[in-house]
Design a protein around this ligand. Sequence first.
Ligand SMILES: [Zn+2]
Length: 195
Amino acid sequence: MSSQGPESENAADLINGIRSSEPTKTFLHKMDNIHKRLYEAKAAANDCKDPVPPRVQERLADLIIKARPYVPTVNQVSVGVCTVASFSGRERRRVVFKGEGAPPECCAFSGKYGQPCYHGAAAIIQVYGEGNLWKYIHPRYLTSTWQSQYHNVDFELPSQTAIDEAFAEARRLVDNGDNLQVPKAIAPCVSLVVS
Ligand SMILES: [Zn+2]
């Protein structure tokens, strides 16, 4: 969101002693921006046909590469457990599958972000294949969750007539003076008091 245009115009007007740009112009510009960005984001979410949004796809693609050095031993998958050896082969991790919608349990990372650690990803890829990796992440990363954020979310801009009416009413209230508050009395500065 940016109101840079009217703001810089305002700043220039102040320097030049001309105040042609009203604060309301800044406000309206901001409102237009919010409206535009909301509908762009909503369209991007609704147009997504993949099970996970592009940014999550990128993360999973990276995870597939990073998981390659880890070698799972899949002999215990029938009970939901598999052992994954690190690249060096010195360390072995116990990976416990928690079913779809959750990453397998493993190291500290696996419980933190709702995404599999490298060991967990290696185990999922070995057992279910790369194409199913997305099924073992928290549902908050899914396209359906992304789309649901915009469900029933609408922000209709008021019509020019409604804006004009609101400004005319505000001007009327200012002009009749009834709603203006009396400034607080401030004690005069001593140096300015003429005796
Ligand atoms: Zn791990």
